[in-house]
Design a protein around this ligand. Structure first.
Ligand SMILES: *Cc1c(COP(=O)(O)O)cnc(C)c1O
Length: 396
């Protein structure tokens, strides 16, 4: 089936995830695309070589495998074009380097993915780009921070680790009035639950490492642009020589086929556990946008179609000196949950969140923040494991 098949355009999300990005009839009917390993592509004659008059010209410029994933991503995002990059972090640094110049001012949300901040405070700073961090709840109020040299507004919703929501349509409309490009790290929701370009964003960013790959064994990122911004993104990323590898692209495309059903389970289990935690005395607060008690829940309900499997909670602890011992006691008592970075795989993970780099959205005062990625295990087993952690934290 082709991406532009009208029966696919209007189909449900799981139907589309099952069929987008590949045309079996192009490859002798095989259901999946071939993994094409390539640097050199041969031309039939000097004239074709001179004019580059063929679909594929060199490995860095795409192969049938990377194209299959780019086409699937464009179908999901509604984008004019997508570039594949070797990690989710590169999916942020590449558009930043594509659209920012020396002397520019960029506005970046304070609840941003930590390594994005490091990129801004080191590489961008050295290149003469001034980055200012803003309150995720700012909405149209972002206008007050826009200067004549502001060229880029970066959003991420919900925010990393603390899950603050952002009014993306209001921020985009305001930023566009002043000619800024709007980027969004949409890794949490995936295009299944939120389509950034439909809400005014120009550049949609995903760490495919997370739910698209889904098995904790691949690093990749996608950057998808609307028609206005695609030529500049394509040119700059091509100039930098940053490209995704075919084996990884194949794995991510494979992951996309089941991403919808996996997300349904992640959503259901994470919500059940978040609600259960919210009712407990040893938990001060649960940071999950789909909970009605969460500030920003109304924005989530208005704009998002669902919630994924990662959220945080604030463990009740009196006295800042008890935060770390209780957090460590909780983590060390877990056996089903792994202690590790990243998320979006099939297995549950936990970590103690470090918010020391925040300028505006400071760490909660009631206790340590613990982040949980709820995997595909059975909820009863996951709860039993958390019970052990909470018991250990009480005793600490
Ligand atoms: C993990 C993550 C990234 C980076 O992805 P990597 O592939 O690990 O580099 C970017 N943004 C968010 C929100 C993430 O959680």
């Amino acid at each position: 089936m082709k991406d532009n098949d009208p029966s696919l355009t209007n189909a449900g999300i799981n139907t589309r995830l099952s069929h987008i990005g590949n045309s079996p009839s192009d490859y002798y009917g095989f259901v999946n695309p071939p993994v094409v390993h390539a640097s050199t592509v041969l031309f039939p004659n000097a004239r074709a070589m001179e004019t580059r008059a063929q679909k594929y010209t060199y490995g860095t410029r795409g192969t049938p495998t990377t194209d299959a994933l780019c086409e699937a991503t464009d179908a999901l995002e509604g984008s004019a074009g997508t570039v594949l990059v070797p990690s989710g972090l590169a999916a942020i640094s590449v558009p930043f380097l594509s659209f920012l110049s020396s002397g520019d001012h960029a506005l970046v949300v304070d609840s941003v993915y930590g390594p994005t901040r490091i990129f801004c405070d080191t590489v961008l700073k050295r290149l003469g780009v001034e980055v200012e961090y803003y309150d995720p709840m700012i909405g149209a109020g972002i206008e007050q921070l826009i200067r004549p040299n502001t060229t880029l507004v970066h959003t991420e919703a919900p925010g990393s680790n603390t899950f603050e929501m952002q009014d993306i349509p209001a921020i985009s409309a305001t930023a566009h009035k002043h000619g800024c490009v709007v980027t969004m790290d949409n890794t949490w929701a995936t295009p299944v639950f939120f389509k950034p370009l439909d809400h005014g964003v120009d550049i949609s960013i995903h760490a495919s490492t997370k739910y698209p790959a889904g098995h904790s064994d691949v690093l990749m990122g996608t950057v998808s642009a609307n028609a206005e911004h695609w030529p500049q993104l394509k040119e700059a990323s091509g100039a930098m020589g940053i490209c995704g590898a075919p084996d990884d692209a194949y794995q991510v495309l494979r992951g996309l086929r089941t991403m919808g059903v996996r997300l349904e389970r992640h959503q259901e289990s994470a919500l059940a556990i978040a609600q259960w935690l919210e009712g407990r005395d040893d938990v001060a607060r649960v940071l999950h946008p789909a909970l009605p008690s969460f500030p920003g829940h109304d924005i989530w309900r208005r704009d998002f179609k669902g919630s994924s499997g990662i959220f945080s909670f604030v463990l009740a602890a009196d006295g800042v000196d008890r935060f770390k011992p209780k957090a460590h006691a909780f983590l060390d008592a877990l056996s089903l949950f792994g202690l590790g970075y990243s998320w979006g795989g099939f297995e549950s993970l936990a970590l103690h969140v470090n918010l020391s780099d925040r300028r505006i959205c400071k760490a909660p005062s009631e206790g340590p923040v613990l982040r949980l990625q709820i995997g595909l295990e059975d909820v009863a087993d996951v709860k039993a494991d958390i019970e052990k952690g909470l018991a250990a934290a009480r005793a600490a």
